[in-house]
Design a protein around this ligand. Structure first.
Ligand code: ZN
Length: 130
C-alpha cells in the first residue's frame, strides 16, 4: 500500500514537471505574441483601451491562467523539495491519490479544500481553493 502510494506520487511529480515545461513553452510563445500586439503601432489612446481589446484580453487571460497554474506547480515543487508533497498543508494528512491525480498540485486534502471553499464563498472571494 505504502509502496504503491510513493510510486503514484513519483508518477504525479513527473506529470507536474511535464506540465510545467509545456506551460512554459506555450507561455513563451503567447507572451511573445502579446508583446508584439501591445507594441505594434498603437497610439497612447489605444494603449489606454488595450485591456478591452478582445484579442489582447483573451491572450492576457490565457497568460494569467497559465501563470496561476505555474505558481501552483511551483508550490508543489517546493513541497517536493521539502518532502511534504502529497500532504495537506492544513492538517498534514495524506492527500488521496485520486485527488492528486485529478489535481496534481493540490495543497489541501479534500476536506480542508471544501471547508476553505465554503469559507471563501461566505467571504465573497471567487478564487477556487486547491
Ligand atoms: Zn487537510
Amino acid at each position: 500500500m505504502k509502496r504503491s502510494r510513493s510510486r503514484e506520487l513519483r508518477r504525479i511529480r513527473k506529470r507536474l514537471l511535464e506540465r510545467r515545461a509545456a506551460i512554459l513553452d506555450v507561455n513563451r510563445a503567447a507572451r511573445k505574441e502579446f508583446n508584439s500586439l501591445s507594441t505594434q503601432d498603437r497610439g497612447p489612446e489605444y494603449e489606454e483601451n488595450a485591456q478591452v481589446a478582445l484579442a489582447d484580453y483573451t491572450l492576457y487571460k490565457l497568460l494569467d491562467t497559465q501563470m496561476q497554474e505555474l505558481k501552483m506547480i511551483d508550490a508543489a515543487q517546493t513541497q517536493i523539495e521539502e518532502g511534504t508533497f502529497g500532504r495537506c498543508i492544513e492538517c498534514d494528512r495524506e492527500i488521496s491519490i485520486e485527488r492528486l491525480r485529478a489535481l496534481p498540485y493540490a495543497l489541501l486534502c479534500q476536506e480542508d479544500a471544501r471547508r476553505r471553499e465554503s469559507e471563501q464563498l461566505a467571504s465573497g472571494a471567487s478564487l477556487p481553493s486547491l
